[in-house]
Design a protein around this ligand. Sequence first.
Ligand code: NDP
Length: 435
Amino acid sequence: RERNGHEPEFLQAVEEVAETVIPYIVKHDIYYGKNILLRMVEPERLISFRVSWVDDSGEIQVNRGYRVQMNSAIGPYKGGLRFHPTVNASILKFLAFEQVFKNSLTTLPMGGGKGGSDFDPKGKSDNEIMRFCHAFMSELFRYIGPNTDVPAGDIGVGTREIGFLFGMYKKLKNEFTGVLTGKGLTWGGSLIRPEATGYGNVYFAQKMLETKNDTIKGKSVVISGSGNVAQYAAEKVLQLGGKVLTLSDSSGYIFDEDGIDADKLAFVMDLKNVKRGRISEYLESYPNAKFIKGKTPWGEKCDVALPCATQNELQEEDANTLLSNGCICVSEGANMPSTKEAIAAFHKAKILFAPGKASNAGGVATSGLEMTQNSLRFKWSREEVDNKLKDIMSDIHKSCSEYGTDDDGYVDYVKGANIAGFVKVADAMLAQGIV
Ligand code: NDP
């Protein structure tokens, strides 16, 4: 706390883990007295660098780039790049810390990292995005590699940006390797990677519902965000027979009482991914829907809530509203979207609640599968990757239940995910000595 007091998001993420992991450490001699958590909260390396680039009007712009290499005990650093004006060291350290536990849970050999820039992609031309990505990679390339650190996308970084970043890495190193994941299908990408985080989140929600002999079928579902994770979470909900009522972006949310069906979702995908428009434009094609400006969708009555936008978007009062409206399941697609107080409310009400480090791990897991395919120089079919994703989400659910089941039978998925993630990384760190 003394060392990181100026980094609120990082402290929040560490405290959530410490609350559940410290009691476990105290009960297990192999971890006790070794300052293992203290070692885990300090990044192995934090790189910060200047990114200068020229905008379309010929003016020189300067942004700050980062890569946090948090923990490599169980594999090369792995985690996304975020381009958003709010990016700073605190946010990236929180994300990198969470990533260590998440990657451990996937059962694949991946360490944890995260990076990005305070660059704002909104309103930039394709050429500006390309020049920025090239400038960013012209520094980052020194610190990454297929056996060292393998970045991926996150907020503001999709297939277009990964393409520009990959192109510059390839040019500088003169090698075609799996140094980034989330690549396009014709140049090393994996089938199902774009869908994986959203699909995986819904697979996890389905697993939780199964423990109550229930399913997504017939459920009304409220989703926040309208980016990569939200879009594919919505697609999977529809495939499994649920009804999607909302989507959002940073300007507000849309509520469609008739449900956002497959055709309407295709419209949103085109609006967001191709036209790069705002979610409010949904009403121009579907005037029966409502747009609620400047608000999150948690006030709408639903059975299942999937927060898929950003950190701390679901607060205590939102949690209480969801609960009083009868919500029985919350599965996080975003990283740390629920505040500590909101999680406490869900736990008190004993509803099904999955933290992002478990329920959104399908994205990085499929990135791991992309790395495997790149190493093998081989390509698995859509069904093969989707089946592996389903199995991984099911295994994560099992690990969470193993470590998170309370005496009364309630599964605390936060505790389960934290301890299961911790054990594997801690064991590797202990085996490798003090390095
Ligand atoms: P995208 O950039 O594709 O979409 C982000 C969505 O969230 C947009 O609708 C965006 O709206 C909204 N959003 C972003 N910041 C804010 C904010 N401050 N307030 C309200 N809305 C906001 O990102 P992803 O879908 O990839 O990521 C969403 C979340 O999922 C993030 O927390 C990310 O870390 C997490 N995640 C993503 C993975 C992936 O594979 N992509 C893997 C695991 C986790 P707007 O366009 O207005 O900014």
